[in-house]
Write a protein that binds this ligand. Structure first.
Ligand code: HEM
Length: 133
C-alpha cells in the first residue's frame, strides 16, 4: 500500500463502511436491551431505542472518519453537554465500554482495530462523566 492511500485509509473504511457501523450500533443496543449486566445503562435510555440507534450510528460514521451524518442533522455534537441530563459516573462509563467491547467482539472486528477503537472510545466515555463516582 502506498503512503498516500494509507493516509486516506480511515477507521470507517477499515471497519467496513456504513453497513458495519450500523451492525455494531445495532448489536450494542441489542446487548444493552437484553443483557442484565447493562441494566443501569439501559435505564438511562428511552423506552424505545430507535432514536438512540440512529443518533449513535450517525455520530460514529463521522467520528470514525466517514460521512458527517450527525453534524448535517444536528450541528456540532457537543456530546458532553448533550449527556449532562444523565447521571454518568464510573459505573455508567464502564457499562458503556463493556457493552461496546462485547459488541465489537461478537461481530469479530479485527482485534487490533477493536483495541484502538476501544482506547479512543474510552477517552470519549470518560470525558462524559458528570459525577465523581
Ligand atoms: C459514558 C457512558 C455513556 C452513557 C451512560 C450514555 C448515555 C446516553 C443517553 C442516555 C443518551 C440519550 C439517548 C437518546 O436520546 O435516545 C445518549 C445519547 C447519545 N450518546 Fe451517549 N452515553 C455514554 C457514552 C457515549 C459515548 C462514548 C458516545 C460516543 C462515542 C456517545 C454518543 C451519544 C450520542 C451521539 C447521543 C445522541 C445525542 C443527541 O443528539 O441527543 N455516548 N447517551
Amino acid at each position: 500500500m502506498s503512503e498516500a492511500s494509507e493516509v486516506k485509509d480511515t477507521a470507517f473504511e477499515r471497519l467496513g463502511g456504513e453497513a458495519a457501523v450500523r451492525a455494531l450500533v445495532d448489536r450494542f443496543y441489542d446487548l444493552m436491551d437484553l443483557d442484565s449486566a447493562y441494566r443501569g445503562l439501559r435505564a438511562l435510555h428511552p423506552t424505545h431505542l430507535e432514536g438512540s440507534r440512529d443518533k449513535l450510528f450517525w455520530f460514529l460514521c463521522g467520528w470514525l472518519g466517514g460521512p458527517s451524518h450527525y453534524i448535517e442533522r444536528f450541528g456540532h455534537p457537543m456530546l458532553r453537554a448533550r449527556h449532562l441530563p444523565f447521571a454518568i459516573g464510573i459505573a455508567e462509563r464502564d457499562q458503556w465500554m463493556a457493552c461496546m467491547k462485547q459488541a465489537m467482539a461478537e461481530l469479530e472486528i479485527d482485534t487490533t482495530l477493536a483495541e484502538r477503537l476501544a482506547a479512543a472510545l474510552f477517552n470519549t466515555a470518560d470525558w462524559m462523566r458528570n459525577r465523581g463516582v
